[in-house]
Design a protein around this ligand. Structure first.
Ligand code: F6P
Length: 323
């Protein structure tokens, strides 16, 4: 009897999830496994939305953003009753292993399920936020940074023409990975991160000093989770401190879409294939990741319990870069 693995994508979609699905399906089948796709994440599992996946089901998807398996955030699955129901469904379908492509919420759910279901559970980090320990980069992050960077380049053109100050809000509810990278790549005058408290008066003063020094445009990159509550509120506060006008752009869900970059396709392909290998090795409760160019398995719990640090060097030179 062939061993059966099921896979799902859960939480916020990320460009490259499809490339990971493709790798799991193709490598799984090549290694003699039966692969079952669960549609609509944990919610789909509870609705018994399972169907076999073959190599042709994943043709022509490596370049597509989003997830062909669909995704969701399930309130039912986080309850003990929901998890018991999921266990019963996995048992009824004879599933031996579950591959979860998502972020910290997905892995928390998988860890809880692992306490009551004896199958093997392997995570694959798929989130634009990059806030998962155990992999230098998560699938989708590179594409999201590139998307936001291109947007900032365009905003810079109009900011420069009108000599305006723009606040650009990027995603990252609890983490500043996207904001820091995008700010550095876009030559932002200020980068405001949830991890780093700041004072609005100081930001206002620095922006106006920049004007006096001859800056014709200024871009402030604001992570959506920043302590003032995002770019709109920050603009109001800055407005009340000076006569200057501030324009706001919220990039929002735009950052989650689009065709994955080469870096994301490669990462997704490697981690999807590696997740299958980890299953075949009998590993469970781990996430497939890449650290320092090497594939490695990290206990799922560590992926959210340990805080992944921002690039400290980049943080230290940022004030000089934006002077
Ligand atoms: O995918 C991660 C993320 O983009 C966060 O940065 C953001 O706060 C969140 O998802 C919003 O997702 P949703 O509105 O789909 O719950």
């Amino acid at each position: 009897m062939k061993k059966k693995i099921a896979l799902l994508t859960s939480g916020g979609d990320a460009p490259g999830m499809n490339a990971a699905v493709r790798a799991v399906v193709r490598v799984g089948i090549a290694r003699g496994l039966e692969v079952i796709g669960i549609r609509r994440g944990y919610q789909g599992l509870l609705e018994e939305n399972l169907a076999p996946l073959g190599p042709r089901d994943v043709s022509n998807i490596i370049q597509r953003g989003g997830t062909i398996l669909k995704t969701s955030r399930s309130a039912e699955f986080v309850t003990p009753a929901g998890q018991q129901k999921a266990k019963a469904i996995l048992e009824r379908h004879g599933i031996d292993g579950l591959i979860l492509i998502g972020g910290d919420g997905t892995f928390r759910g998988g860890t809880d399920l692992g306490k009551i279901w004896p199958g093997l559970i392997i995570g694959v980090p798929g989130t634009i936020d990059n806030d998962v320990c155990g992999s230098d980069f998560t699938i989708g992050y590179d594409t999201a940074v590139n998307t936001a960077m291109e947007a900032i380049d365009k905003i810079r053109d109009t900011a420069d023409s009108h000599e305006r100050i723009f606040l650009v809000e990027v995603m990252g509810r609890h983490s500043g990975f996207i904001a820091l990278s995008v700010g550095a790549c876009g030559g932002a005058e200020e980068i405001l991160l949830p991890e780093r408290p700041f004072d609005v008066e100081t930001i206002s003063r620095r922006l106006l000093e920049g004007r006096k020094k001859g800056k014709t445009s200024s871009i402030v990159v604001v992570a959506e989770g920043d302590e003032t509550g995002g770019a709109v509120k920050l603009a109001q506060q800055l407005q009340s401190l000076s006569k200057h006008e501030f324009r706001v752009v919220i990039l929002g869900y735009l950052q989650r879409g689009g065709s994955p970059t080469a870096a994301d396709r490669l990462l997704a392909t490697k981690l999807g294939a590696y997740a299958v290998e980890l299953f075949l090795e009998g590993k469970t409760g781990v996430m497939a990741g890449e650290v320092g160019g090497r594939l490695c398995a990290t206990p799922l719990r560590e992926t959210w319990e340990r805080k992944k640090p921002l690039d400290t060097f980049l943080l230290s030179v940022q004030p000089q870069l934006s002077a």
